[in-house]
Design a protein around this ligand. Structure first.
Ligand code: PEP
Length: 268
């Protein structure tokens, strides 16, 4: 098993005009450098996922600082202080008559290193199903991007005692062969609600997620990084990141505030 380095991902969702995005990216870039200076190789990898329209703007600021982080065909490795760039979705194809869509090749072309796939807001709002997420992840890897596949149960599934079955089945169906990416466990009831899952909840589900990853990928399932996402703030971060089973966090709301996001990265 390879060492799983800590990873902190900021999902800006549909937020960010030019000036605000540049300020946020600059703040995170400078903070990441400072953290790398203070923590050395212990510093977590950091990835920012702005909306499509801000990828080039943010990339320009990140690359000026640290060089291009892309590494085709393998999971992207970011040097301490280097901030990766992620998109929030991609189309399954490379090019073609798909009005309004953006492909993984196009994302890589503007400097993206990562792409979030299967976020619950896309599964619910755009009818994305596991098999589509799996095919998108395969396309992303082919384009040299690291896919971050999101999964998690609804409140109703949780109350019915179906959380483990739900996430295990999402792993089996959403993860492509030869997966070189990241899994983000994001219970839907904890996203944007201000009520993060408890440490016991997270620890309890992390074990079956890891088991499903081994079942799906064999020993390589141990190399996949597992993130927690859902109302993470600097208050919860140290506890969550202290769980041995969690390799990092996916942060929504708090990633729009430089100090909060950097405090979370520092805790990682
Ligand atoms: C997310 O949408 O991926 C997320 C984790 O959001 P928040 O941190 O705002 O709950």
């Amino acid at each position: 098993m390879t060492m799983r380095r800590r990873l902190v991902v900021g999902n800006w969702k549909m937020h960010g005009l030019c000036a605000q995005s540049a300020a946020l990216a600059r703040g995170v870039r400078d903070g990441a450098r400072a953290l790398a200076h203070a923590q050395g190789m212990r510093a977590a990898e950091i990835v920012l996922c702005p909306p499509f329209t801000q990828l080039t703007n943010v990339h320009r600021l990140l690359v000026d600082a640290s060089g291009d982080a892309r590494s085709p065909s393998n999971e992207t490795t970011l040097a301490p202080g280097q901030v990766g760039l992620g998109a929030q979705d991609c189309h399954v194809g490379s090019f073609g008559a798909y009005t309004g869509d953006v492909s993984a090749a196009m994302l890589a072309d503007v400097g993206a290193t990562h792409v979030i796939l299967g976020h619950s807001e896309r599964r619910l709002g755009h009818g994305e199903i596991d098999s589509l997420v799996r095919d998108k992840a395969a396309s992303a890897m082919e384009a040299g991007l690291t896919p971050i596949i999101c999964l998690g149960e609804t409140q109703k599934e949780r109350e019915a005692g179906q959380a483990t079955a739900r996430v295990s089945s999402q792993i089996m169906r959403s993860v492509p062969d030869g997966f070189a990416g990241v899994i983000a466990y994001e219970p839907i009831w904890a996203i944007g609600t201000g009520a993060a899952a408890t440490l016991d909840d997270i620890a309890a589900i992390a074990a079956p997620i890891r088991t499903a990853l081994r079942e799906r990928l064999g020993p390589a399932g141990d190399d996949v990084r597992l993130l927690y996402g859902g109302s993470v703030t600097p208050k919860e971060a140290p506890g969550i990141l202290g769980l041995g089973a969690v390799d990092g966090v996916l942060v929504g709301g708090a990633s729009l505030q430089i100090e909060k996001f950097l405090a979370i990265a520092e805790a990682a």
